[in-house]
Design a binder for this molecule. Structure first.
Ligand code: SOE
Length: 399
């Protein structure tokens, strides 16, 4: 079979992570189709050329409409801000291209629904579409899924998920596209709570049925950038401050269709927490706990262990028997953030070769989008009960 010719759209953090994945997938895994990094698309030709030179993209373009319609392109990989996901994915699917789209799928349930419908129709023509919730392909989390599916935790009672970052703690961190609702759709909610929602629904196999939420923006204005910079980058600002139009933090409770109770928190202002993507599933028979800041490890609790020896076990998910690990290093050596993107690319290529769907599908991602929009709607409906302060507090309330 001829190589799969990839066009990647986006030259930021995800553009680099996906470029790395396309460069390593065939080096560490046996792929049924070889891949060619054919065209890199970016708004800034110079920035795109620099990235292309570093990652071996054969060609650079600033025109995504032209690239997605080219007959010599087989795959379109979308790594742009969320407002462009729908137009690019719909054009690529209509042109018969396989599509890998970064998360969240879109900036609204309406767009995500149109995309999922288009992907379902395209799949009937042999086209594969996947959404880039890459944490599913962290070996320790993939192990958690295997253990839960094998019955380790039993009936799920609690889902406890926190995604804690702190790259916006500094009020003078610049106003990047992730803080602009017209591009990002939302802030911590769509950026990182989306991961928690997808992971929770994937691990448990159930779906969130209702939410009650709070969204909070702590820093209402930030320095305007002379030009876009990467995540947490500084860049040149001219002293002017512009409005932040997204949430800094989200907190919500959730009910699941299997009766479980969920508590979720997502913030990019959790001082000291760099990328603490955490989830704990508590069940009738056992529990699992994961923290991305210890991403090669999974904590497992099994009530069938002898009582005197019961406790959370720390499993180092680096054995060749653990998901994806046989392709990498000897036991105990560990892997990192970039490897989840490589695993994602591998499974995507294998699905294309087999003509099968590969999770997370656009339909899975639409299930996340519905929760995101419900959280935003719940937060906007301020029907919370006010706690009346004790009279003594009202006289000497601290400033
Ligand atoms: C920023 O919060 C971010 O880059 C997310 O957008 C990614 O999806 C996550 O993998 C790392 O953090």
């Amino acid at each position: 079979m001829p190589p799969l010719r990839i066009a990647l759209i986006g030259t930021g953090f995800m553009g680099r992570a996906h470029s790395h994945a396309w460069r390593t997938a065939g080096a560490f895994f046996d792929l049924p189709r070889t891949v060619e990094t054919a065209v890199l698309v970016g708004r800034d030709a110079g920035r795109a050329q620099d990235l292309a030179d570093r990652f071996g993209w054969a060609e650079v373009s600033t025109d995504w409409q032209d690239v997605v319609s080219r007959t010599d392109i087989d795959v379109v990989d979308i790594c742009t801000p969320g407002n462009l996901h729908a137009p690019i994915a719909l054009a690529a699917l209509a042109a018969g291209k396989h599509v890998l789209c970064e998360k969240p799928l879109a900036n609204s349930t309406q767009d995500a629904t149109v995309m999922a419908d288009a992907a379902a129709r395209a799949h009937a023509r042999g086209v594969v579409a996947m959404c880039g919730f890459s944490y599913r392909r962290t070996p320790a989390l993939a192990l958690a899924k295997q253990l839960i599916d094998d019955g380790l935790v039993g009936a799920v009672r609690h889902v406890r998920a926190q995604y804690l970052q702190d790259w916006l703690t500094d009020a003078d961190a610049p106003l990047t596209w992730r803080l602009d609702a017209s591009q990002a759709g939302s802030g911590a909610l769509g950026d990182i709570a989306a991961h928690s929602i997808d992971t929770a629904q994937w691990l448990t196999g159930s779906r969130i049925t209702a939410v009650s939420a709070i969204l909070k923006t702590f820093v209402p204005t930030r320095p305007v950038l002379a030009e876009q910079v990467g995540l947490g980058g500084r860049g040149d600002t001219d002293g002017e401050r512009g409005p932040v139009t997204v949430d800094d933090a989200a907190a919500f409770t959730a009910t699941f269709d299997d009766g479980a109770l969920g508590v979720f928190e997502a913030t990019r202002m959790a001082t000291g927490r760099r990328n603490a993507n955490r989830i704990e599933i508590s069940g009738e028979r056992g529990a699992i706990a994961f923290d991305y800041e210890r991403s090669n490890e999974l904590e497992v609790y099994d009530t069938t262990d002898p009582l005197v020896a019961q406790g959370f076990r720390r499993v180092l998910a680096t054995e060749p028997q653990h998901p994806y690990m046989s392709a990498w290093w000897p036991t105990g050596h560990g892997i990192g953030y970039e490897h989840g993107f490589t695993h994602q690319a591998v499974d995507f290529v294998r699905a294309i070769a087999d003509g099968t769907e590969v999770a997370p599908t656009f339909a899975d991602a639409l299930d996340v989008q519905r929760v995101l929009d419900a959280v935003a709607a719940s937060a906007a409906d301020s029907s919370r009960l006010t706690v009346v302060p004790h009279p003594s507090r009202t006289e000497s309330t601290p400033s």
